[in-house]
Design a protein around this ligand. Structure first.
Ligand SMILES: [Fe+2]
Length: 512
C-alpha cells in the first residue's frame, strides 16, 4: 500500500533532475499539454501544468524529481508580478503540477506562467470568484470525443473569456482506435453514417499508461488548451473517463471484466484524471478502493453552483441500458436507488438550505428533466442512465428545490444534444407548478446517433422548449440577479478544425 510515509521515502529515493540536462536531451518545449486553472474560490485557485516532452509515450521525462517555477502577475504582459514560487514534480504523479494559489482577494483576475530551466509555458488567465459580482459568465461543456470531431467549440469558448468553464464529463473517451472517414452504425434498426476525423492512440484504455497517454492526446489539442488558458474550470467526470455507463464499482459489462479488473482500472483512471486536471487533491487509494472528491460548492456572483458527482456513488441502472431508452419497470421505484449516494444528497440539501443566491444551480452530468420516447399514457420509455432512471431520488431533489429555493437551474451534458426543459413539481405533468429549468449543452464533438429519436419524441414532452441533437457546441450562460440567458453556441462545420461558431438559439428564464 502506498502510505504517505512510503511516498516520502519513494520521493526521497528519486534524483533531482537538472532542467538543463533534461532540456538538452530534447528539442521539444516540455509544456506540450498547456496550462490550466481550476477550483476557483474567493481566496484561492489551483494552477496546473505537466512536464511532458514526449506526451504520447508516457511523458518522456527521465526518472526523478523536477522543480517547476511559476509566476503569477496582474497583467497579461507579465510585468506586474504578484507572486512567484516553485513546485516539485515527480514520476509518481507523471510530473504534473498542482499549485494551490491561496491568500487571494475575491473577484480578481490573474495571469500565470510556468518555467522549467529556460523553457516557458503558455500564459494562462484565471479569476477568483466573488458573491459580490453583479453578473457572471459561465460556459458549460461536455463530451469531447477526439475521434468524432475537432474542438472548434473550445476555441469559441476561449474567445468569450468566461468567468469559469463547467465541464460535466466525458473529457476523454476510453474507446480504442476507429477508422478514418465515414462509418456506419445501426441505430434503432436504421443505418446511420458518422465521420471519424482523427484517431485515438491505443486500444481501449485500461492501465495507468493507457489513460495517461489518452489524456495527453486530448490535451495536445490547441483549442482545448486555449479554453483552459482562458478561464478557470470546475470539473467532474462522467462515464467515459473510465468506462461507458459505469456506476460505483460496477462496469458497463460485468460479464467482460471482473470486479477486480474494474477496480484496478478505476484506480488508474482516477489517478490519470487527477494528473491532468486543475484539481487540488489526488484520489484516496486504500487497497483496491479508490475515490476522488469531485462534488463541490462554488459561487459566481448571482449563481451558487453545486457541482455534482453522479458516477462514483451511484446505484446500477435499473430496467436496462438500451438506446435511446427502455420501458419503465418496477425496479425504478426502489427508494434506495441513487445517483449521488446519501452523503452527497445530504450535502446538497444542506448547501441549498443555506444559500442566499438569486440562482441555485445543479451542475449534473446527465439530463435532469424527463424525456420520454413514447406517447403517454403508456409507461414511459426513457434512458435509464439519466435522472429518468432514478425518479424517486429526483423527486426528493425537486421537492427540496420547490421548498423556497430561489430560481433553480440544472445544467447537464452527457446526451450529445442541446435542450431547454422546464422542471415541474411533478416532472411528467407540465400542468403542475414549474420550479426551475434544465439547460443541456450538446457535445463539444461527440456524435448523437439518437438525434432522430429525440426529434420524433418532442411532442410527447410538452415541458421541452427546445431540443436539437444535430449540432455540436456548448452553452454560454450570462446571469444577473433577475435573469439567466442561455446562449446555445454551435459549430458551423464540425469537420473543419478552424470552423466558426454561431448562436443557434438564446433562452431567457424570464421568458420561459
Ligand atoms: Fe458523452
Amino acid at each position: 500500500m502506498l502510505t504517505r510515509r512510503n511516498t516520502l521515502v519513494a520521493l526521497g529515493a528519486l534524483p533531482l533532475l537538472s532542467a538543463q540536462k533534461v532540456l538538452a536531451a530534447t528539442t521539444v518545449n516540455p509544456f506540450t499539454l498547456g496550462v490550466a486553472s481550476g477550483n476557483p474560490k474567493p481566496d484561492s485557485v489551483i494552477l496546473w501544468t505537466r512536464l511532458a516532452p514526449d506526451p504520447l509515450k508516457g511523458g518522456g521525462m527521465p526518472v526523478g524529481r523536477a522543480l517547476v517555477r511559476y509566476k503569477v502577475c496582474l497583467d497579461v504582459e507579465m510585468t506586474k508580478t504578484f507572486r512567484e514560487g516553485q513546485f516539485e514534480t515527480s514520476d509518481l504523479d507523471a510530473h504534473s503540477v498542482h499549485v494551490l494559489l491561496d491568500g487571494l482577494q475575491p473577484g480578481h483576475e490573474f495571469f500565470y506562467q510556468f518555467m522549467f530551466g529556460d523553457a516557458t509555458s503558455a500564459i494562462g488567465r484565471t479569476r477568483t470568484t466573488s458573491p459580490m459580482d453583479a453578473s457572471a459568465k459561465l460556459a458549460l461543456a461536455s463530451c469531447n470525443a477526439y475521434e468524432s470531431g475537432y474542438f472548434a467549440a473550445f476555441a469559441d469558448m476561449a474567445a468569450w473569456t468566461p468567468d469559469c468553464v463547467i465541464h460535466v464529463g466525458d473529457y476523454i473517451y476510453e474507446g480504442g482506435i476507429g477508422r478514418l472517414g465515414m462509418n456506419t452504425r445501426l441505430v434503432d434498426g436504421k443505418e446511420l453514417s458518422f465521420e471519424t476525423v482523427r484517431l485515438h492512440n491505443s486500444p481501449e484504455t485500461k492501465s495507468l499508461w493507457d489513460y495517461r497517454n489518452r489524456y495527453a492526446l486530448y490535451k495536445t489539442d490547441p483549442d482545448l488548451q486555449a479554453a483552459h488558458a482562458a478561464a478557470p474550470w470546475i470539473v467532474a467526470m462522467d462515464d467515459h473517463e473510465i468506462d461507458n455507463n459505469w456506476a460505483g464499482d460496477i462496469p458497463e459489462d460485468p460479464d467482460q471484466q471482473t470486479s477486480l479488473e474494474f477496480k484496478v482500472r478505476k484506480i488508474a483512471a482516477l489517478k490519470a484524471y487527477y494528473e491532468h486536471m486543475p484539481i487540488e487533491k489526488p484520489p484516496m487509494i486504500q487497497g483496491l478502493e479508490a475515490s476522488l472528491q469531485m462534488f463541490g460548492l462554488y459561487r459566481f456572483g448571482p449563481a451558487q453552483v453545486h457541482l455534482l458527482d453522479t458516477r462514483q456513488f451511484r446505484s446500477d441502472q435499473p430496467c436496462g441500458q438500451g438506446f435511446p431508452g427502455d420501458t419503465a419497470c418496477d425496479a425504478m421505484n426502489d427508494p434506495s436507488l441513487t445517483m449521488t449516494g446519501q452523503a452527497q444528497e445530504a450535502w446538497l440539501f444542506d448547501a441549498l438550505k443555506r444559500s442566499n443566491a438569486p440562482f441555485n444551480v445543479l451542475a449534473s452530468q446527465t439530463w435532469f428533466a424527463p424525456y420520454r420516447y413514447n406517447a403517454p399514457p403508456e409507461a414511459p420509455r426513457v434512458n435509464m442512465d439519466q435522472w429518468d432512471g432514478y425518479g424517486v431520488q429526483r423527486q426528493r431533489i425537486i421537492d427540496a428545490l420547490a421548498n423556497g429555493i430561489a430560481n433553480p437551474v440544472v445544467l447537464s451534458g452527457d446526451w450529445h444534444s442541446a435542450s431547454a426543459m422546464r422542471i415541474h413539481e411533478r416532472p411528467y405533468d407540465p400542468r403542475s407548478k414549474r420550479i426551475g429549468h434544465n439547460f443541456c449543452g450538446t457535445s463539444i464533438s461527440s456524435h448523437c446517433p439518437w438525434a432522430g429519436a429525440l426529434d420524433a419524441a418532442k411532442s410527447y414532452n410538452p415541458h421541452v422548449d427546445y431540443v436539437d441533437g444535430s449540432k455540436r457546441g456548448y452553452i454560454r450562460s450570462t446571469i444577473d440577479r433577475n435573469n439567466w440567458t442561455a446562449t446555445y453556441r454551435t459549430v458551423d462545420q464540425p469537420s473543419n478544425p478552424k470552423s466558426k461558431s454561431s448562436t443557434a438559439i438564446e433562452m431567457r428564464t424570464r421568458d420561459l
